[in-house]
Ligand binder design. Structure first.
Ligand code: C2E
Ligand code: MG
Ligand code: MG
Length: 757
């Protein structure tokens, strides 16, 4: 029997050692505290093991010391564990000092027993046929018991308070330890009073150690988990229903009960409700599906998710269905998406989305032929200025409505910016008659205002392989530009001519820099003569001797560069050449002038006056010999600023000539403000026509007018002797034209001058 007990103790010890090691390795904060408490429990068991197996008095006595001191250690460690495990927030310093002090006093008084013999002695008895040394307790032993029970009582109090103040669901973690502790204490008490030789309460202590380890380190209340999860699911806003393995509903949370009108007492009826609300759901498990219901106000958007619940072996034991009402999120997203893709004024697609949709359509049906249309309201700025912005907005909305009405099926349309709209129409559905007529001729009426917008449309037929929508619209726009100034045309198609024009322009623009550098572009000179036929100067006219394309006239390239701004570079180089020439004449002592042309576009890219002044300074020439030719279009915009520039030029000593006078619209009107010195009368008046006499009368009067205004008159385009004579008779001062000479190279011009002499 003693041996059996010893073996049980030994097994207990080994088990506790393992628990202590595992607890110390645990990642939990309380791990080390548990390891300490479990280790302390080992000592009294070791003590009792020694007492049980020992037949010598000495060894038994040592066993008793280990036992008693071990009990002190248990009490201290358990006290410490209780504070931590029960999460006692206050430090209770006083109590802790008391417990430590009591334990230490007890240990000391026990250790003094060999000297004072006040705590205990042993007496030999025979147990199961062998010597056994039984304890005879004295006063010190009583003190030891008082200390141990005292601390134990404190531990109980800590646990009881904690258990009472904790929600019931958590109470389990405290109750279980409390009960084990109580059993151990009762067993110990029984041992003390029963006077049985072997302390079987040690088994209770050992079990208590193991319980402690389990509850503190491993235990997770399943009930707790269960409750928490079901609470969580119940309170979720999402509807959740659970089904058994046969698919019958066994439970639904509050949201599901409310949403589906399920009877809590009879979940079985829920299946029918689900079918009623969401017909034709998949019968299999594990899917997620969007579900929309109703329209307008009643519109709802759900996300349904069904998932199987499987056991450890992968068999389906049930399933659950989650139903989430995502209507507001869906609507918010739809709203955001709408705003990102639509123009807020007209509700049409905005440019980016229009381009995207067009590209998608082309990609979807690449075999189909399409037209891209570019729609512009002529003089729309005027609508805003005259009728106000609100009416302007209203006009744009009307155009949007027209697009909605008349762009045929399969078409896509949107607002590009301002008064520019765009559309794509499959050629097979395109009816020019209907679309163009309806889109371009209508009346916008609001209140008393009635306005008929002048809408023009440029159309580009998409070529196979076209992918850049912006380029397609550029081309449609180009077609539009071709009729822009024409008030009779409403629609224009991009054609092969425009296509080659684009290529041509691209090629020229790419080469201009090199052409200037290599003097492929340079001035030709056309003599200007006086009434006696004497050369007094020349006009510098640009020519491009293109290495591949041959000889190019200004009309071939000047408009191209006026469009993209490169004209400024061309003009600068022509002016420079002219200055160079003037400088060389100055050296030779020849007093002749050169006229250079100024493009209206030059004013956008440079300070024309400053540029010319600098040039004359650089070449040290007299500004009066560098004549400046401008046309009335220079005055079409920014008049104040342009007038300022002309005045500066005059002030600097340049002679300003008004080129092509009479060919434009407002020549006469401008004449009164423009500070010009020379009127270059346009050659239109010299052309052969039925009304020759009337033309003559006009020219005659222009010449007279220029003299009255103290201007020099110069007629260009003089081709015959007769014209020359007649003009000279009218009093014209200067003449330029093929009758005298065509524009020619520098060398030819020099030769021409020599011969003239
Ligand atoms: P423009 O300044 O009015 O130049 C006169 C144009 O009339 C020249 O054409 C000239 O060759 C042409 N012409 C001269 N006499 C006669 C004639 O008797 N009969 C006919 N039918 N034509 C005659 P070109 O050289 O082709 O220049 C055309 C226009 O290009 C010029 O008109 C001018 O506006 C512009 N241009 C020429 N060179 C330059 C330049 O360097 N810079 C700028 N910005 N424009 C230039
Ligand atoms: Mg000119
Ligand atoms: Mg001219």
């Amino acid at each position: 029997m003693r041996l059996t007990m010893a073996i049980v103790f030994a097994i207990m010890i080994v088990a506790l050692i393992i628990c202590a090691i595992m607890a110390s390795r645990s990642k939990k904060a309380i791990g080390l505290v548990v390891a300490f408490a479990v280790t302390c429990i080992i000592f009294p068991i070791v003590g009792n093991l020694i007492i049980t197996v020992s037949t010598s008095e000495k060894l038994s006595t040592i066993g008793y010391y280990i036992y008693f001191i071990g009990m002190d250690m248990i009490m201290y460690s358990m006290f410490y564990f209780a504070l931590r495990y029960c999460r006692v927030k206050k430090s209770y310093k006083f109590l802790r000092i008391l417990v430590v002090t009591l334990s230490l006093i007890d240990v000391v008084q026990l250790l003094l027993n060999p000297l004072l013999h006040h705590a205990f002695a042993t007496e030999r008895i025979v147990v199961y046929g062998a010597d056994y040394y039984r304890l005879i307790p004295y006063f010190g032993q009583t003190f030891h018991r008082v200390v141990c029970y005292g601390i134990l009582a404190m531990i109980f109090v800590i646990f009881l308070i904690r258990r009472a103040t904790t929600p019931r669901i958590y109470a389990e973690r405290y109750s279980s330890i409390l009960i084990c502790m109580l059993i151990a204490a009762i067993a110990e008490t029984y041992f003390i009073f029963s006077k049985t030789p072997i302390d079987i309460s040690m088994i209770a202590f050992g079990i208590f150690g193991l319980t402690l380890y389990y509850f503190a380190i491993h235990y997770r209340s399943l009930r707790l988990l269960d409750r928490m999860l079901s609470d969580l699911v119940s309170e979720m806003t999402q509807s959740i229903m659970f089904f058994d393995s046969h698919g019958g509903c066994i439970w639904a949370n509050d949201a599901a009960v409310a949403q589906m009108g399920i009877d809590r007492r009879n979940f079985e009826l829920a299946d029918a409700k689900i079918e009623e609300m969401f017909p034709n759901l998949p019968t299999i498990n594990d899917w997620t599906q969007e579900y929309t219901k109703g329209e307008g106000e009643d519109f709802r958007y759900y996300i349904l998710k069904k998932q199987a619940v499987r056991d450890a072996r992968g068999r389906v034991t049930g399933s659950f269905l989650g139903i989430e009402d995502k209507t507001s999120e869906y609507q918010e997203l739809a709203q955001q998406r709408y705003l990102a893709r639509h123009d807020s004024l007209t509700g049409l697609y905005n440019r980016d989305y229009l381009y995207k949709r067009i590209l998608e359509r082309i990609d979807e049906h690449p075999q189909e032929g399409y037209y891209i249309g570019f729609l512009n309201v002529k003089n729309f700025k005027m609508v805003n200025d005259v009728f106000g912005n609100a009416f302007g907005d209203y006009t744009l909305k009307c155009i949007a409505d027209k697009l909605r009405e008349f762009v045929p099926e399969g078409g896509i349309y949107g607002r590009i910016t301002g008064d520019l709209f765009g559309f794509l129409v499959p050629i097979s559905h395109f009816n020019q008659e209907r679309l163009v007529k309806n889109m371009t001729a209508f009346v916008v009426e609001e209140g008393d205002v009635s306005y008929s917008p002048f809408v023009q449309i440029g159309i580009y037929e998409i070529a196979r392989g076209d992918r850049d929508v912006a380029v397609m619209f550029d081309r449609a726009h180009m077609a539009l530009t071709s009729i822009k100034d024409d008030y009779t045309e409403r629609v224009a198609y991009y054609d092969d001519h425009m296509r080659s024009q684009v290529l041509w322009e691209q090629m020229l623009s790419a080469q201009v820099e090199k052409a200037i550098e290599e003097k492929q572009i340079r001035p030709y000179y056309q003599p200007i003569v006086d009434a006696k036929g004497k050369v007094v100067g020349a006009e510098a006219l640009a020519r491009w001797r293109h290495p591949e394309k041959g000889f190019l006239n200004p009309s071939d390239f000047i408009p191209v560069f006026e469009k993209n701004g490169m004209i400024a570079d061309v003009d600068r180089s022509i002016w420079r050449s002219a200055c160079e020439k003037l400088a060389s004449w100055k050296k030779e002592g020849r007093d002749m002038f050169l006229s250079v042309n100024i493009s209206p576009k030059d004013f956008y890219f440079m300070d024309v006056a400053e540029e010319l002044v600098e040039l004359t300074k650089e070449y040290e020439i007299d500004p009066k010999n560098l004549r400046v030719e401008i046309t009335e279009t220079v005055m079409m915009s920014d008049i104040k600023n342009r007038l300022g520039i002309l005045r500066r030029l005059k002030k600097a000593g340049f002679i300003v000539e008004m080129d092509d006078f009479g060919s434009g619209f407002s020549s006469l009107n401008l004449l009164k403000d423009m500070p010009v010195d020379v009127l270059k009368i346009d050659m239109v008046f010299l052309r052969e026509s039925a009304e020759r006499d009337r033309a003559r009368t006009i020219v005659h009067n222009i010449i007279k007018l220029s003299h009255d205004l103290r201007m020099t008159s110069l007629t260009e385009g003089v081709e015959t002797e007769e014209q020359f004579k007649a003009l000279a008779d009218m009093g014209c001062h200067l003449f330029q034209g093929f009758y005298f000479a065509k524009p020619m190279t520098d060398e030819e011009f020099e030769e021409f001058c020599r011969k003239e002499k």
